[in-house]
Design a binder for this molecule. Structure first.
Ligand code: DON
Length: 305
């Protein structure tokens, strides 16, 4: 299969969608992204790489960070973690408060904001003041690249405007599902969202999930096979919030999006893919990124179904 040619076709076919979608403005710094940016990277388990567009340009990974913090927390807490965060799709937007009150402060899954904030709280309990550095070190390890950091301006922008997240964390604190001081936890959460990565780095960072928990390029075991299966399942059922069903229907791969415009996807036992385009659809997922992945599985037949 000529993946370079397929990436070129995809790049041509997505051009007509650049007029659609919107940059997010609830985090003001994200509204400054370049609307015309597009990048897509594929890395196979045997290390072949295919890239198109601005695949060396860094963007904020936002909710894609939720996959990594959950992986890290699962390693330390195992099944205990599921007492504080569930594994069912929410069917609600990523920052919704409604379900959380009905369900006594236990978020439906780790990939909505509330669930990711609980996950971060768990990491704060284990690593204390070093929690953010541990998250960053983990990102460097799984992407095989030391050149990863967070963007202070995006972090400050979200800290000043993340009212919904403050509401979520306060509600969960009132139900005793946040153990550490809310200001500490929310700052780690906003910092992890403002980590900057390229599609190239993100594709590498997903390879362990395409390979039963082991990085195929370094042979390092990141987590065991059973946990890798669970994370992939959660990405398939919950990775795109209330559009998770739509993403599974159109793309047919485990995936995770972020409001920074990135999406990662896993083709089990074959490859990891990352795509970037900053304008979002109404669900807060990259509009062109979703379309590009749909074209990819249609053209290659490489969906899990
Ligand atoms: O907490 C927030 O609202 C953002 N930092 C992350 C949200 C996000 O990426 C949802 N993704 N589609």
């Amino acid at each position: 299969m000529d993946l370079d040619a397929i990436l070129k076709e995809i790049q041509e076919e997505i051009q007509k969608y650049f007029t659609k979608g919107k940059l997010p403005n609830y985090i003001p710094m994200l509204a400054q992204a370049d609307e015309s940016d597009f990048a897509m990277s594929i890395i196979t388990l045997d290390g072949e790489e295919y890239h198109i567009g601005c695949s060396n340009k860094k963007f904020s990974i936002q909710s894609i960070s939720k996959v990594f913090t959950f992986t890290l927390a699962l390693e330390h807490y195992s099944k205990e973690l599921y007492k504080r965060v569930g594994h069912e799709p929410s069917g609600d937007p990523f920052n919704s408060l409604v379900q959380l009150e009905y369900e006594s402060g236990i978020p439906r899954n780790p990939f909505i904001n509330a669930g990711a904030i609980v996950t971060t709280d768990c990491l704060a309990s284990i690593f204390e003041d070093n929690a953010f550095n541990e998250i960053l070190d983990f990102m460097k390890k799984v992407s095989g690249d030391q050149n990863i950091s967070f963007d202070k301006n995006i972090f400050i922008s979200e800290l000043g405007h993340g009212f919904q997240n403050f509401a979520l964390i306060n509600l969960m604190k009132s139900y005793h599902n946040i153990k550490n001081p809310i200001d500490d936890v929310i700052q780690i959460y906003f910092k992890q969202c403002s980590i900057m990565m390229t599609t190239k780095q993100l594709a590498h960072s997903m390879l362990f999930l395409a390979n039963h928990g082991k990085d195929p390029l370094t042979n390092e075991s990141i987590l065991n096979e059973s946990k890798a299966k669970r994370i992939n399942s959660l990405m398939l059922t919950c990775g795109h919030y209330d559009a998770s069903g739509d993403f599974a229907y159109k793309v047919g791969l485990p995936g995770k999006s972020g409001v920074g415009g990135g999406i990662v996807a896993v083709v089990p036992k074959k490859m990891a893919i990352s795509v970037y385009s900053p304008k979002l659809n109404v669900y807060g997922n990259s509009l062109i990124g979703t379309k590009a992945l749909e074209l990819f599985t249609t053209k290659t037949g490489l969906s899990i179904f």
